[in-house]
Design a protein around this ligand. Structure first.
Ligand SMILES: *Cc1c(COP(=O)(O)O)cnc(C)c1O
Length: 299
């Protein structure tokens, strides 16, 4: 492979909740790899980009909102590997001045702004056909990056070294599309994996994740589950409590979080620990999936 996987630091997080419950909580800090390509998106893009290079695609095209971690990571990875990238962005051209899209443009991504109506067609094969014609047949990666290549890459997040070092009773991570969870669960079939979706009414993810596993060529595993109560009001809904939690974690534990994914995952996980979901003496490995570049939207 062209890019080596980063070495991921592990942090022992001791809070009032973990100490009270007698639970060891380790954080796998994918966010600390942000100098290469942020967090879980690097793993999800890795084999997409390799495929694009092998098949000599002219470019890689994908979709996202104005603060998308996926778009940001794609632009950077494309720059590192010398692959042209195109971002189809939901919203107005004025958004091009925000920090996420400024970075993307600086890394050479071509930005194409579309309205909500057009953006809704992003799964429609006829629409994808027009994009292929317009951008000279790019490799099209779905929004959020989740496809079989993403699952393949996410299988590499939990290495044998990390397993041996932490020996977790459960692995916990935030879910958007569930692609990362699919890969992680497949890679550790004997360890329970819990996903905390950041979208409301995310029960559709149960079948989406099974489909992603199957698409990647793997047999389904039953070592995973979703806790649908951790969305904190819905996707990108940010309460004052959540902001206060992020400030506290940064000041008291030197732990930066993003408001869309990792802060919701961790605050919900601490609630679970506090209410006694985990037996005394158990060990949890929570994955900090990154996303800090998106937190710049908080200003
Ligand atoms: C995209 C993203 C997720 C969700 O990953 P999925 O594979 O879509 O479930 C979680 N955390 C962060 C920081 C992300 O950027």
């Amino acid at each position: 492979m062209l890019l080596q996987n980063p070495v991921l630091p592990i942090q022992l997080l001791e809070t009032d909740e973990t100490i009270q419950a007698g639970v060891r909580l380790h954080l796998l800090r994918l966010d600390l790899t942000d100098e290469t390509v942020s967090g879980n998106k690097w793993f999800k893009l890795k084999y997409n980009l390799q495929h694009a290079l092998e098949k000599s695609y002219s470019s890689v095209l994908s979709f996202g909102g104005a603060y998308s971690n996926h778009i940001h990571a794609l632009a950077k990875a494309g720059a590192l590997l010398g692959i042209k990238t195109v971002g189809v962005i939901r919203g107005e051209p004025e958004y091009a001045d925000n920090p996420t899209l400024k970075d993307a443009k600086a890394w050479g991504m071509e930005l194409c702004f579309v309205n909500r109506q057009e953006y809704r067609q992003r799964h429609d094969s006829e629409y994808l056909g027009t994009l292929k014609a317009r951008f000279s047949n790019p490799l099209i990666v779905p929004e959020g990056g989740s496809n079989k290549f993403a699952v393949q890459g996410a299988r590499e997040i939990i290495t044998p070294e990390i397993r041996a070092k932490v020996n977790p009773d459960q692995i916990v991570l935030a879910c958007g599309t569930g692609g990362t969870l699919a890969g992680v669960a497949l890679s550790v079939p004997d360890i329970p994996v819990l996903g905390i979706p950041v979208l409301k009414k995310a029960d559709f993810l149960f079948s989406d994740i099974e489909n992603l596993m199957t698409e990647s060529g793997a047999d389904l595993t039953d070592n995973w589950d979703l806790d649908l109560e951790g969305h904190g009001g819905g996707y990108a809904k940010v309460s004052n409590d959540l902001i206060a939690f992020m400030d506290f974690m940064l000041k008291e534990h030197q732990l930066p979080l993003d408001q869309i994914y990792t802060a919701k995952m961790l605050s919900h996980l601490l609630k679970r620990i506090e209410r006694g979901d985990y037996a005394e003496g158990s060990t949890i490995l929570a994955i900090h999936t990154g996303g800090l570049q998106g937190a710049r939207s908080l200003g």
